[in-house]
Design a protein around this ligand. Structure first.
Ligand code: FE
Length: 210
């Protein structure tokens, strides 16, 4: 991004109210008044992503990958297609990449610029994901951030931090907990938390759900 662009960007913003919620309100009012947006459909979109689409979708994707090696291979090769095959697609899910955690590598996702996030599989991002603190610290000191989320990994495990963009969004496939051999997809899905799919958590163990 050039300085010119930054400057221009800043100028535009300085004419709007400082609080993001106010800005959104102002934009929505303007769009509705100009007839560019139908308030009912706007509400429908928000309702869908707040209530119907959520981490339960991603959990089913991960559980299916754990249970079915062929699906896992497909997911790692072409996540957008494999996820779409389970019926999850749409806004902010056009290009999803699945990242598989292993004993050697732990993947963690951030959007350093704003809050890009794979909506079709995880729903809307949590507040901390959008926070300045997470966005800056995830890259600088991922191990410390993980510790604050209660995740302690062996020193030899490499932590890879992935920066989401509007073109590329990531879904972490956490490691499958031991003691889950032969479990159904439904049962496995209960172990897969939202944070595990962002990489700021691990999958729950059978003991934790008992
Ligand atoms: Fe973003």
């Amino acid at each position: 991004m050039s300085d010119d662009h930054d400057h221009h960007h800043h100028d535009q913003h300085s004419h709007l109210p400082p609080d993001p919620a106010l800005r959104v309100q102002a934009l929505e009012t303007l769009l509705v008044r100009k007839g560019l947006v139908d308030p009912a459909s706007l509400n429908a979109i928000i309702d869908t992503y707040a209530n119907e689409v959520g981490p339960q979708n991603g959990a089913r994707v991960v559980a299916t990958a754990w249970a079915d090696p062929a699906y896992r291979d497909w997911l790692l090769r072409d996540a957008t297609a494999a996820i779409g095959d389970l019926g999850y697609e749409g806004r902010q899910g056009e290009h999803i990449v699945a990242l598989e955690n292993t004993p050697q590598v732990h993947n963690m996702v951030v959007c350093t610029l704003c809050s890009c996030y794979p909506w079709p599989v995880l729903g809307l991002p949590p507040a901390w994901y959008k926070s300045e603190a997470y966005r800056s610290r995830a890259v600088r000191e991922p191990r410390a951030v993980l510790a604050e989320f209660g995740v302690a990994l062996p020193e030899e495990t490499e932590i890879r931090v992935w920066d989401s963009t509007s073109e590329m969004r990531y879904l972490v496939v956490p490691r499958r907990p031991p003691g889950t051999e032969g479990w159904s997809v439904e049962r496995l899905a209960e172990l897969v938390t939202r944070d595990a799919m962002i990489g700021t958590g691990l999958a729950r163990t059978p003991e934790e759900t008992a």
